[in-house]
Design a binder for this molecule. Structure first.
Ligand SMILES: [Fe+2]
Length: 238
């Protein structure tokens, strides 16, 4: 599958049709990139609020909707994995929230150097095509602990599959058996084999589904000035 087939491109300079962009994101089998987006929190929030219900982030962000993903430390510790230079394997954002926002926007204000900080994505549809019925049932039935939530990796809602996976959260809040860790190692490998990568350029706003795909990123140089503005939302139904 060519990456170009998965990307729907727009430019900030053109008249953007919010309803069309909302439709592009409905099925979760494509990503939207808007080129030339201005580096403004207000512009980002106001644009996204026309696509869906914006989530204000209480944890780590003082209730603001736009979060700066950059290397940041407090008392020598990174303030979160997003704020570290570490590799972030394929995952769902907010896997431990009561209600998981189903869409994410990432605005690249300052890209990382060359092949650092490249974003990776895996469509749930690619995974479903790969799994046997038996494997799907296993992922639908087994519950994992995501901090205070018990969730299965696959779920069917209104007849449609969705995915929830964040190995770091799953491993951090429960004592997993050796077989469970092996299962997660196997899943990580499988997800990676089905993933593709996109290197964001300055001014790219990428929009993608959080419930119909997984996302991750490569490691970054500790001294990098990479700055990505993140906003999470629940997209309007069309
Ligand atoms: Fe994330």
């Amino acid at each position: 599958m060519e990456t170009q087939d998965l990307l729907i491109n727009y430019n900030w300079k053109q008249v953007l049709n919010h309803k069309k962009i909302t439709e592009d994101l409905q099925l979760g089998n494509s990503l939207v990139i808007i080129k030339g987006f201005p580096p403004s929190d207000d512009e980002l929030q106001s644009f996204i609020s026309r696509l869906g219900m914006v989530l204000n982030e209480k944890r780590n962000n003082n209730g603001k909707a736009v979060f700066d993903v950059k290397i940041a430390r407090r008392n020598h510790f990174f303030t979160s994995i997003a704020n570290s230079n570490l590799i972030f394997p394929l995952h769902t954002d907010c896997a431990d929230f009561d209600i998981i926002p189903n869409t994410i926007g990432l605005l690249c204000v300052e890209p990382a150097d060359e092949d650092e900080g490249t974003n990776h994505f895996m469509f749930l549809n690619s995974l479903l095509k790969h799994l046997s019925e038996d494997e799907k049932q296993k992922l639908l039935n087994k519950k994992w602990k995501f901090r205070n939530q018990e969730r299965s990796i696959l779920e069917i809602e209104n007849g449609n599959y969705k995915i929830c996976y964040d190995r770091i959260t799953m491993e951090s809040f429960s004592q997993l058996a050796k077989t469970e860790i092996e299962e997660l190692i196997h899943l990580d490998k499988l997800f990676k084999s089905l993933s593709f990568s996109i290197k964001l350029e300055k001014g790219d706003l990428i929009l993608f589904r959080n419930d119909l795909m997984l996302h991750g990123r490569n490691s970054i140089d500790i001294n990098s000035n990479r700055l990505i503005k993140r906003i999470r939302f629940t997209i309007n139904q069309v």
